[in-house]
Write a protein that binds this ligand. Structure first.
Ligand code: CTP
Length: 140
């Protein structure tokens, strides 16, 4: 029997950008199956995060990325151990803005933090969009 390595990650993936793409590419290269938990709009509201793009569209974009095998909704902070068990996850991985924050999952699987791509984030894109609209006197 050939054992396959399953990787699990979570994120909001609003205004999908090159940092997201690079992270998913590197995660896909770490194993044989990549599962991505995309934060729902309701969960983002709990986190105090407002997205420009609704959950269904963010999930559809992530699902369409080469190397992503399955997208699941991320509804709560607490679901990770259960997801790791349900999907027989071997490694949980996130960008290193989360370094150390998920070490408690080491009792369930390997925990990996990957370097972020510099100088881009959804937050920065939103700021740039605000500035662009202002500069060009565009009202939405
Ligand atoms: N990520 C990355 N490089 C970036 C931005 C994000 O590797 N430049 C990674 C994060 O570390 C995370 C995943 O992409 O593992 C999803 O991150 P998310 O929070 O959705 O993206 P951000 O652009 O960081 O969003 P925000 O500005 O709202 O925090």
């Amino acid at each position: 029997m050939i054992l396959k390595k399953t990787i699990l990650t979570y994120g909001t993936f609003d205004m999908f950008h090159i940092g997201h793409l690079r992270l998913l590419e590197r995660l896909s290269a770490l194993g044989d199956r990549l599962i991505v938990g995309v934060s729902t709009d309701e969960f983002n509201a709990i986190k105090g995060k407002k997205t420009l793009i609704p959950y269904d569209q963010r999930a559809a974009i992530v699902r369409a990325i080469k190397g992503v095998d399955l997208v699941i909704p991320e509804n709560t902070w607490e679901q990770k151990p259960q997801d790791i068990k349900n999907y027989h996850v071997d490694a949980f991985a996130m960008g290193d803005d989360w370094a150390g924050k998920f070490d408690f999952l080491k009792e369930f699987c390997e925990v990996i933090y990957l370097p972020r791509t510099e100088d881009i984030s959804s937050t920065e894109l939103k700021k740039a969009l605000d500035a662009f609209l202002l500069e060009n006197s565009i009202e939405l």
